[in-house]
Design a protein around this ligand. Structure first.
Ligand code: I3P
Length: 128
């Protein structure tokens, strides 16, 4: 389910702190710049917030703060990508527009949960 009871507001699926770097923009390779990011999965979007310390699980709500960036998960691709980093527990998210992000967590279970939850959203959108 991605809608709450009023049928209008997308449901918060997951939120948490991950390490993030963008590695491509529109298919063009970028230099890595790893930073902690407060990541929020809501509806069909993955949103990245800049300052984790000032965010909480309600921090995605409009008016509280603006996401640094937002990714449309429709048509996106997810794959484990430990070969793309010296860090462990890394996966790559690629958008239809050719933007690529690496997301990482030190705890295996944390990154696996994120992978599964994002993949479920992608699968749901593929079926629409
Ligand atoms: C990069 C930085 C990244 C590293 C990347 C380096 O150096 O150390 O953390 O990625 O490795 O190039 P710089 O700060 O000088 O840009 P990982 O931590 O993911 O390994 P890479 O070039 O092999 O991707």
């Amino acid at each position: 389910s991605s809608l709450d009871t009023d049928g209008m507001t997308p449901e918060l699926e997951k939120a948490g702190l991950l390490n993030k770097t963008k590695i491509a923009e529109g298919g063009r390779k970028l230099r890595k710049n790893w930073n902690p990011s407060w990541v929020v999965l809501v509806g069909n979007s993955l949103m990245f917030f800049k300052d984790p310390k000032t965010q909480n699980s309600d921090g995605w709500k409009p008016g509280n703060s603006c996401p640094e960036s937002s990714v449309d998960l429709r048509g996106a691709q997810l794959q484990w990508a430990n070969e793309l980093s010296s860090k462990k527990n890394v996966f790559k998210l690629r958008t239809v527009t050719g933007n690529e992000f690496l997301l990482q967590a030190d705890t295996d279970s944390v990154i696996r949960e994120w992978y599964c939850t994002i993949q479920k959203v992608i699968d749901r959108l593929d079926k629409e």
